[in-house]
Design a protein around this ligand. Structure first.
Ligand code: 6PG
Length: 633
């Protein structure tokens, strides 16, 4: 596509041209740069150019336009004051014209304000004198702001067949933030939000209007028009709630799409649903990208961690866009990678969330113990967490917890006013059921899900706390003695949470033949996502796809040195009335996994005793199964 912007000096051709160039992803050409030295000298003397002066200049511009059209097009800003000049520049059928026109006083003011430009303000009148009303293209008065001029131009070009690079469906918090992030990074975006009378009306347009500073956005409420506004093959990102809504949206969308189009699901969908949808679109010759996105609203707007899986060809279509909008790791590489086939992108996001649940719960357990066991104020706990966050324990969740402990509303701690019932949308529970399905021990992270469930039973908890006279007990020892142990316990509980999550991912990847790259997964989780941390940076450097995560460098030492501290802190909490579900499941899980002689001999004996289920013997390495008549001895 070629776009030519015309107008006398001071109409804002360069500003509009550069805006359009960024939005359309086309090079910007400034006609002034094509003048011969003789022409420049003449203009600098304040002498108007003659037609003879202009002809070779116009010819060089026409040649350049034809050349640029071969590689996709360009945006040219050129005075082209007469229709004859414009005709000389009309070189292609896919060429569009925007003629800027302004009031002489406004132009005069702008010209006088210019510095370092060879055009003299006195030349304005000579330009206006020869300016001819255009016989084709859009004649646009420049009374609005530069953003408004750009918007009107974009709408005009769309009406002329110009297409937007990507479409985003769903203008909730995440959809809106990702769309704005894309547009700010030079990707033109069509926004779509459904119309629901009285509830969702003009949602996309309101977002468009609220961001005049961000060009390259068009708003739609009509799905067909939205689809028609997109460049082919189309790229559409759905940011709508997981579950039935995704299938319903696909049912409405797919009949409007064609072979080779790409649909991305950027929500928290269940990975088996995503597997199914990848196949559904594949059968139609389309691409489907189930894509985890982490980082919440702030991340989506400024740089999330992005986990696309599914159709690799589809990923290649948007790899550049995703790289532009994602967070960057320490080396400056984008926190996005093609995860693997099927629903693997959503699968790792699900496990990410499960670790997120575990990390959040450990912090919640420590806040309670420090506050009501040791009598620390919220500000003191915040200071402790902030101090930890300066070292190798640094993590986003630790930092935000330190922060929220200081937040006051009406002079009082907001935290104390928040109802103690934790919400959940499903990813934690799905991880747990997946772990059970694959026979992977998951107790520490499972306890984070269970703890949210128990928290939901508020009325029962209140009633039981009375009937069982439950109260937190004050710890007698000093905080100074306990704090180093608490810190070690916290560090180890986090290592355990990560080991549990990575082990599930490794097992499922191996079983499904996904071949996931865990160093790379940890790398894209070092920034942008909710579980970014110093520990994740260590994992990204050391994990090397191994199942023996506890033995990786740096981790092994902490498993050895921290396990007594974790046991003691959990013991302290339990004996003083504090439920510590994730930390205590963590130490149980760890001890269970490093115990050579487990108590399972008793289980096997019991099974054989009551049900003749048989058992194997330590003194028979052949693995033969034995049964004993237990009651006959
Ligand atoms: C993220 C978050 C995000 C969301 C969770 C919340 O990585 O950005 O995980 O996806 O906050 O889905 O889940 P719950 O509502 O289940 O806590």
């Amino acid at each position: 596509m070629l776009v030519v912007i015309t107008g006398v000096s001071g109409t804002g051709k360069t500003t509009l041209g550069m805006g359009l160039s960024a939005g359309l992803g086309l090079p910007f050409l400034d006609a002034d740069q094509f003048h011969s030295p003789a022409n420049i000298a003449k203009m600098s003397r304040g002498e108007p150019l003659s037609d003879e002066d202009r002809i070779p200049w116009l010819q060089s511009l026409a040649d350049a336009l034809l050349e640029y059209q071969k590689s996709g097009g360009a945006v040219l800003a050129c005075s082209a004051l007469k229709n004859a000049y414009r005709q000389r520049l009309q070189v292609h059928t896919d060429q569009h014209w925007i003629h800027l026109q302004g009031d002489r006083d406004l132009l005069w003011e702008r010209m006088l304000a210019r510095k370092g430009h060879y055009m003299k303000a006195s030349m304005l009148d000579s330009q206006l004198a020869i300016w001819e009303k255009p016989s084709f293209g859009l004649l646009l008065n420049i009374t609005g702001t530069p953003e408004q001029v750009l918007q009107v131009s974009l709408h005009y070009l769309t009406s002329q067949g110009m297409k937007m690079k990507i479409g985003v469906i769903g203008m909730g918090v995440m959809g809106k933030s990702l769309a704005l992030n894309l547009a700010e990074n030079g990707v033109s975006v069509s926004l779509y939000n459904r119309f629901v009378a009285g509830k969702e009306e003009g949602v996309a347009q309101a977002i468009r209007d609220a961001h005049p500073e961000i060009p390259h956005l068009l708003a739609f409420e009509d799905l067909k028009k939205f689809v028609e506004s997109l460049e082919q093959p189309r790229k559409i990102l759905m940011m709508i709630p997981a579950g039935a809504a995704i299938d319903a949206q696909l049912d409405a969308l797919l009949p409007l799409l064609e072979k080779d189009d790409l649909v991305i699901d950027g929500g928290n969908s269940f990975y088996l649903d995503s597997d199914r949808r990848v196949n559904r679109l594949k059968e139609m010759g389309m691409h489907f990208l189930p894509m985890g996105v982490s980082g919440g609203e702030e991340g989506a707007r400024k740089g999330p961690s992005i986990m696309p899986g599914g159709n690799a060809e589809g990923y290649a279509m948007v790899a550049d866009f995703l790289g532009r909008i994602s967070a960057k790791d320490k080396e400056g590489k984008p926190c996005v990678t093609y995860v693997g086939p099927g629903g693997s992108g959503h699968f790792i996001k699900m496990v990410h969330n499960s670790m997120e649940y575990g990390e959040m719960q450990v912090l919640a357990e420590l806040v309670h113990l420090l506050r009501f066991g040791f009598g620390c104020s919220a500000a003191q706990i915040s200071a402790i967490f902030s101090d930890w966050a300066k070292g190798e324990l640094k993590s986003f969740l630790l930092e935000i917890t330190a922060d929220l402990l200081l937040f006051k509303e009406g002079g009082e701690l907001l935290l104390d006013k928040i109802l103690d019932q934790a919400g959940q949308k499903g990813t934690g529970a799905w991880s747990l059921t997946t772990a059970l399905e694959y026979g992977i021990p998951y107790s520490p992270l499972a306890e984070a899900v269970n703890a949210r469930g128990v928290s939901g039973e508020k009325a029962m908890r209140v009633a039981f706390s009375k009937s069982f006279h439950h109260e937190f007990q004050k710890v007698e020892g000093t905080l100074e003695t306990w704090l180093p142990k608490i810190k070690e316990a916290y560090a180890l509980a986090r290592i355990i949470n990560h080991e549990v999550g990575f082990r599930l991912m490794k097992t499922v990847s191996d079983t499904k033949g996904w071949g996931l790259n865990f160093n790379e997964i940890a790398r894209i989780w070092t920034n942008g996502c909710i579980i970014r941390s110093g520990l994740m940076e260590r994992i990204s450097a050391n994990y090397a796809d191994q199942i023996a995560f506890f033995e990786t460098p740096g981790v092994k030492e902490q498993v050895n040195s921290g396990r007594m501290a974790l046991a003691e802190v959990v013991g302290l909490g339990l004996t003083h009335g504090f439920a510590m579900p994730v930390m205590s499941a963590g130490i149980n899980y760890l001890l269970g996994r490093i115990t050579a002689e487990s108590s399972a001999s008793v289980i096997q004996a019991q099974r054989d005793y009551f049900g003749a289920h048989t058992y194997q013997r330590k003194d028979d390495p052949s693995g033969k199964f034995y049964h004993t008549e237990w009651t006959k001895s």
